[in-house]
Ligand binder design. Structure first.
Ligand code: FDA
Length: 309
């Protein structure tokens, strides 16, 4: 299995230096990240919306270590939300936010700063008629992220949660969050987690994904089925039917650049399909997680690095 070593290697600063010398235009980066600027994100969103899809936009950044950097990321989100509204796209696009990008990891003040920053983004989103989903990061942040989500939902109940099926705790978290008005994105999980907290066997992760889906589809909330896995998509569709859910009372979500034909096929069949669209200069961590998910990409990636030198 290449996934684990690749995720570990991605934490080496030498590897980061080497990889980030790749231009954003390099095919392997560009496949997953359409650009670095707000204008790039808005243009890519426009193209997807024109194709009948909806979008969740992530301004890339994570592990922010100082308040200025956190502030810069909040400013980028506020500008993005303004630009979406100006382009008439606020109903087709929401934003996804990583709490670590807006200060969660700052010593001592992290939870307070990231909550306040998230509130500012939620307020701006609501003002233009859209929503925010709070991404989930590695398991050491799960409790704090859910606490922050709970606080945010007091004023902004529309704020979306993310749960990761590979965590052993997640079926219970699904039960707690499957209530009316609760938007919950279920994904498999993208971080390198220890066996003590997560299933590491793919089949076990899939089984957990199905158990979680059953809870969310039977519940009163709005399930957001984030996967490219054809089996999970089939099971989600069957569970929606079994629970009397019509398209529009749940949605599918996929990442920008992955299975684009399937995204359009589902949308053409009447499903709501949201594309997660990351943009910005801090694409390194995101790219490495995408490569780790699909080691078949690795040869192509190494070739890009070599041809660049
Ligand atoms: P799986 O990995 O089994 O892949 C199924 C199939 O999809 C593969 O066979 C392949 O065809 C295709 N595929 C998957 N990954 C690919 C790749 N990188 N390149 C090319 N093809 C690929 N994670 C997290 O921890 N926190 C989060 O907040 C989010 N947010 C999020 C939002 C959305 C909209 C999505 C779709 C995913 C996330 N994720 C995430 C990532 C998620 O946890 C997971 O790592 C990936 O979605 C891959 O898992 P799949 O369910 O697609 O299954």
């Amino acid at each position: 299995m290449l996934r684990e070593p690749l995720l570990l290697l991605s934490r080496s600063s030498r590897v980061k230096d080497l990889v980030t010398r790749l231009p954003i235009s390099s095919t392997i980066v560009n496949r997953y990240v359409p650009g670095e600027t707000t204008a790039d994100a808005v243009a890519a969103t426009r193209a997807l919306v024109d194709d009948g899809l909806v979008v969740s936009i992530d301004h890339l950044g994570e592990d922010t270590r100082d308040e200025q950097q956190a502030e810069a990321i909040v400013t980028a989100y506020l500008e993005l939300i303004d630009q979406l509204a100006a382009a008439g796209l606020a109903h087709g696009a929401e934003v996804s936010v990583k709490l670590s990008a807006i200060g969660q990891a700052l010593p001592e003040v992290g939870p307070k700063v990231s909550l306040e920053n998230a509130r500012r983004i939620c307020r701006a989103a609501r003002n233009v008629g859209t929503t925010v989903t709070i991404d989930m990061e590695d398991h050491t942040t799960t409790d704090q992220t859910l606490t922050t989500l709970h606080e945010l939902r007091k004023d902004h109940p529309e704020t979306g949660a993310v749960l990761q099926a590979y965590l052993r705790r997640t079926e219970g978290d699904c039960r707690a969050l499957a209530h009316e008005g609760s938007r919950v994105r279920l994904c498999k999980g993208a971080y390198n987690e220890p066996d003590s907290v997560a299933w590491t066997d793919r089949l076990e992760v899939d089984k957990s994904y199905v158990r979680c889906l059953k809870v969310l589809m039977a519940g009163q909330g709005y399930p957001m089925v984030a996967t490219h896995d054809p089996r999970m998509i089939r099971i989600a569709t069957a569970l929606a039917t079994r629970n009397g859910r019509m398209p529009g009372s749940y949605e599918f979500q996929m990442l920008y650049g992955i299975r684009p034909d399937e995204q359009r096929r589902l949308a053409a069949g009447g499903e709501t399909v949201r594309v997660y669209l990351p943009y910005g200069r801090e694409w390194y961590g995101y790219l490495m997680r995408r490569l780790a998910e699909r080691p078949a990409n690795l040869t192509f990636f190494l070739r890009s690095l070599v041809s660049k030198r």
